[in-house]
Design a protein around this ligand. Structure first.
Ligand code: 5GP
Ligand code: ZN
Length: 113
């Protein structure tokens, strides 16, 4: 599968790893939009939330458990942080492998653009 984030999760393309377990890989975004900007991805290739199947429920649950651990590890859990996933063209998804942006260590505006 010719997918950038599959290759990052497999270690074929280098990344700044923050967390890894059986289901999940997390690494620092190459163009951070906040002092903390981590991308949390499933090791299994899933294109976006719109492509998740019932059988993927365990993976998705483990992504959010990983996000909680990462937030505590990076010290953003007390002050707060944002979890964002872009789906498709209108949301500006640029990499077609499901990923959750974890943004923190600054005040974040709402609503997003
Ligand atoms: P999207 O726009 O699809 O929601 O988010 C894709 C994110 O992946 C962007 O924030 C972008 O900076 C990040 N990104 C794209 N290519 C790479 C890469 O090769 N390495 C890392 N660490 N991040 C990347
Ligand atoms: Zn992929």
């Amino acid at each position: 599968m010719d997918c950038l984030f599959c290759k990052i999760a497999a270690g074929e393309i280098p990344s700044d790893k923050v967390y890894e377990d059986e289901y999940v890989y997390a690494f620092n975004d190459i163009e951070p939009a906040a002092p903390v900007h981590v991308l949390v991805i499933p090791k299994k290739h899933l294109q976006s939330v719109s492509h998740i199947e019932d059988a993927d429920a365990e993976i998705i649950g483990n992504i959010f458990l990983a996000i909680k651990k990462i937030a505590a590890k990076l010290g953003i859990d007390k002050d707060g942080y944002r979890v964002v996933t872009n789906i498709g063209e209108n949301a500006g998804q640029t990499v077609p492998h499901l990923h959750f942006h974890v943004l923190g260590k600054r005040s974040l505006q709402w609503p997003p653009g």
